[in-house]
Design a protein around this ligand. Structure first.
Ligand code: OAD
Length: 253
């Protein structure tokens, strides 16, 4: 792990020369938008038990309780705005030769900022799914008019998110692995790096000689595996990094 102070020219140059750039994000990128993270002192998993709220068993046992919690999260996020880090990633997508954003976030703030090439690997709070028919609906209603919401078939709809003990959608995994297998630069932003399989994604690119870079407030279990770690708020670090990448690309043109 090389810890950098100011962003080095060498780092900027490698990002600017990338032919296939991947950004992986976690809850930390939305922290500066006022969306709570999961771990850490004020994280959601300090206040709530994941087993009671984010498992298929919890939903089966008490769909109202699960929906109260998801509805509260939807309301919090609806009041939030994308921040400078989300916007910097949009700019990076515009600059990159090939680009994919893989987010663990279900908040939709990347799309609100303007990101287009995105895999929501843990699903979205803004889609509901019928467990009986498998149909998926977009639903942006805040607050929800009915808790729990129902499908026209009568079944109780669930949030279209990945719960503990569930598999990730095969098509999302396929898209992520396809990009990771040809990526020469992976930027990991605002994730504690403890939830698989996403935690192991950067290693796929690293094994092939790609640059792996972490942006986080803290040292994480991924930090020792990184080529570079930038420590601080994503909203402070990403805009100047992306600006420097823009200048480096411009100066070569
Ligand atoms: P975590 O809450 O585990 O980690 C958030 C990370 O963001 C921590 O490493 C913080 O240090 C960092 N962080 C906080 N504020 C930051 C800021 N302003 N700038 C940069 N970094 C910052 O969230 P995730 O890693 O996303 O899964 O959690 C992974 C998964 O665990 C989630 O998708 C969710 C959760 O259980 C499911 O629900 C399936």
């Amino acid at each position: 792990m090389r810890k950098t102070g100011p962003i080095s020219d060498q780092l900027v140059d490698r990002v600017a020369r990338s032919k296939s750039l991947i950004v992986i994000t976690g809850a930390g990128i939305s922290a500066e938008s006022g969306v709570p993270t999961f771990r850490g002192e004020s994280g959601l998993w300090k206040q709530y038990r994941a087993e009671d709220l984010a498992t298929p068993q919890a939903f089966h046992k008490n769909p109202n309780l699960v929906w109260d919690w998801y509805s509260w999260r939807r309301e919090t996020i609806a009041r939030s705005e994308s921040n400078a880090a989300h916007l910097a990633i949009v700019e990076l997508e515009e600059l990159a030769s090939a680009f994919l954003l893989i987010t663990q976030n279900v908040d939709g703030l990347h799309q609100r900022a303007g990101s287009r090439s995105i895999v929501e690997i843990h699903g979205s709070l803004w889609r509901l799914r019928c467990p009986a028919e498998g149909k998926v609906f977009e639903n942006l209603e805040v607050p929800l008019s009915e808790i729990p919401p129902h499908c026209s078939c009568g079944a109780i709809l669930r949030p279209d998110v990945v719960w503990f003990g569930e598999s990730l959608a095969a098509e999302n995994l396929k898209e992520a692995y396809r990009a990771l297998e040809k990526s020469d630069c992976v930027m990991v932003v605002g994730t504690s790096g403890v939830v698989q399989p996403v935690a192991s994604f950067p290693l796929i690119a690293k094994k092939r000689g790609g640059l792996v870079l972490e942006v986080n407030r803290e040292v994480t279990p991924l930090s020792p595996l990184m080529d570079e770690c930038l420590h601080g708020n994503a909203g402070d670090l990403l805009p100047p990094l992306v600006e420097a990448v823009r200048e480096a690309i411009g100066s070569r043109a």
